[in-house]
Design a protein around this ligand. Structure first.
Ligand code: CA
Length: 440
C-alpha cells in the first residue's frame, strides 16, 4: 500500500540534518575499508541473486551485501511498513512504492542493525550467516523496472561544447537553453545493468555530405558520462511537482552511461531529435545511492542568469558534489582515465528538472529514470564524452598501451566511477562498466 504523504511527514522529510544513518561517527561491526564506496553512512539499494536463487533486494556495505528478504524473514524489519513481497522482488519498485519516509525509516533501521554498538544482529551468528553475502559471489541485476526514461541536457559546458562543434562558438547555446532544462523522452527497454556487454550498433549514416547515406556499423561510438535519478510515485496526471517538493519524490541516484552512435545520430536527428543513435543501449549502475545519503554533499549551483521563470526558482543548495571519472580499458591491458568531471557542474539541478518535467501536468511514476545529460566540467580533461574529448575526432587520446582513441573501439571496456567525499565520509556509487563487442 502506498502511503499518503501528510503535511506532518513532509515536515519530517525536510529535516535532512538529522537523518540518523548519515551520522559520520557511526561505525559498523562489518569491516569496511577506508576507501570503500559503501561505508555504513551509504547503504545503497540494489537487486542481486546468488546462484540459482531468485533475485531480491540487497543493501551494500563494504564488500558485503545485506539480504533484506532474509533480514525480514528473521523479524529484524518488523516494526516498519514493509511486507516480505517488497524485498522478495526482482526490482526495487514494490519497496519504493512505500515512499520517501518509509525508505528513510528502513535505511535508519538497517544502519542500526549494522552499528557496532548494536548487538541485535551482530550477536546472532546464525542470522548473520543467512543475511550477509559476499558481493563478489553475487550477480547484480537492473535494479528498477523503468517505466519511463527521460534524458536531460543540463550541463552548460557540454551544451556549449556541442554548440561550438556543430554550430558557432558565438551562438553555442540555443536561445532556450538557459530558460528550460532541455530534455527528451528516451527508451527504457534498452537500459541495462553495469557489466552486460553490448554489440556495436549499426544503422544509416551519411559520412560524406556530398554523397547519399549509407548503411553500416557505427564508427563513432561514444559514451556519455551522466548521473541518473530514480523517482518515487509522483502525483496524478494533471498535477505538478514544485522545486520545493521535488526532494520528496526522488529516491536516489546512480551512475549512467548513455551511449551514443554519433554518426547515426548526426544524420537522423533533424527535426525530432535523438532516436536510433541513442536507443541501442544505456548502462546504469547496479547500486542506487539514496538522496538522503547524499544530503551532506549538497552545494550551491551556478548563478542562473537570465533569471529563470518562477516555477523553476528554488531555495537552498540543491546541487550535489559527486566526483566522476571515465576510463577506457582496451582488451587485456590496463585502463586509461580519459575524463574527470563532477556532478556539481550541472547548470540545472534535479529539483528544477522534475519541476519542469511536471509543470504541464505530466505524471511521474515510481521507478522512472531521469538522466542528467552529459556532465562536462569547464576545463579540458573534464569533458564527459569522446565527442568533446577528441573535439569531433580532430585529436586523439593516448592510451597507456600505446594505442590512441578518438571514439570507442571494439573490445574496449568503458568504466565510470563516482563518489562524494568530505572530511568525514566517502559515499560512492561503485562502477558502471560495459564492454563493446563487434557489430552483430
Ligand atoms: Ca544523454
Amino acid at each position: 500500500m502506498m502511503k499518503n504523504i501528510s503535511s506532518l511527514s513532509i515536515l519530517n522529510l525536510k529535516n535532512t540534518m538529522n537523518i540518523k544513518a548519515n551520522n559520520p561517527a557511526l561505525k559498523s561491526w562489518i569491516e569496511v575499508a577506508e576507501n570503500s564506496d559503501f561505508p555504513i553512512q551509504n547503504l545503497p539499494f540494489g537487486i542481486f541473486s546468488l546462484g540459482e536463487e531468485t533475485a531480491r533486494v540487497g543493501v551494500a556495505i563494504g564488500t558485503k551485501i545485506v539480504d533484506l528478504k532474509a533480514l525480514f524473514e528473521l523479524g529484524y524489519l518488523n516494526d516498519l511498513s514493509f511486507e516480505l513481497a517488497d524485498f522478495d522482488a526482482a526490482v526495487l519498485n514494490p519497496m519504493l512504492l512505500q515512499g520517501k519516509e518509509a525508505m528513510r525509516d528502513l535505511r535508519n533501521r538497517i544502519s542500526d542493525l549494522l552499528n557496532v554498538e548494536n548487538q541485535e544482529l551482530q550477536g546472532n551468528s546464525d542470522a548473520i550467516e543467512s543475511v550477509l553475502i559476499d558481493a563478489e559471489n553475487a550477480d547484480m541485476h537492473l535494479p528498477v523496472y523503468i517505466g519511463d526514461y527521460t534524458d536531460f541536457y543540463s550541463s552548460e559546458q557540454h551544451a556549449y561544447n556541442v554548440g561550438c562543434l556543430f554550430r558557432d562558438p558565438d551562438n553555442a547555446l540555443m536561445p532556450n537553453w538557459k530558460h528550460i532544462p532541455v530534455g527528451y523522452h528516451g527508451r527504457s527497454s534498452s537500459i541495462i545493468v553495469s557489466g552486460e556487454p553490448i554489440h556495436r550498433p549499426k544503422g544509416q549514416k551519411k559520412p560524406n555530405p556530398e554523397e547519399p547515406p549509407v548503411f553500416g556499423q557505427s564508427n563513432l561510438l561514444d559514451f556519455e558520462l551522466e548521473m541518473g535519478f530514480v523517482t518515487f510515485q509522483g502525483k496524478p496526471l494533471g498535477d505538478t511537482i514544485s522545486t520545493e517538493e521535488a526532494d520528496d519524490f526522488i529516491f536516489g541516484m546512480c551512475l549512467f552511461n548513455d551511449w551514443s552512435a554519433r554518426d547515426i545520430q548526426g544524420w537522423e536527428y533533424v527535426p525530432l531529435g535523438p532516436f536510433l543513435g541513442k536507443n541501442f543501449a544505456s548502462h546504469m549502475g547496479a547500486w542506487i545511492v539514496t538522496l538522503d545519503a547524499l544530503e551532506p554533499f549538497r552545494v550551491a549551483g551556478p548563478v542562473q542568469n537570465p533569471k529563470v521563470l518562477p516555477y523553476l526558482e528554488y531555495k537552498g543548495d540543491k546541487h550535489v558534489a559527486i566526483n566522476l571519472e571515465v576510463a577506457i580499458q582496451p582488451e587485456n591491458t590496463e585502463e586509461t582515465v580519459v575524463a574527470n568531471s563532477n556532478y556539481k557542474y550541472m547548470y540545472w539541478n534535479m529539483n528544477q528538472q522534475l519541476a519542469h518535467h511536471t509543470i504541464n501536468g505530466c505524471n511521474i511514476n515510481c521507478g522512472d529514470l531521469m538522466a542528467s545529460g552529459t556532465i562536462s566540467g569547464p576545463k579540458e580533461g573534464q569533458f564527459g564524452s569522446m565527442l568533446e574529448i577528441s573535439w569531433k575526432g580532430s585529436k586523439s587520446v593516448a592510451m597507456k598501451d600505446g594505442t590512441e582513441r578518438k571514439f570507442i573501439n571494439d573490445h574496449d571496456t568503458v568504466i565510470m566511477r563516482g563518489y562524494a567525499q568530505n572530511d568525514k565520509t566517502r559515499i560512492g556509487f561503485g562502477e558502471v562498466t560495459a564492454k563493446i563487442l563487434p557489430v552483430k
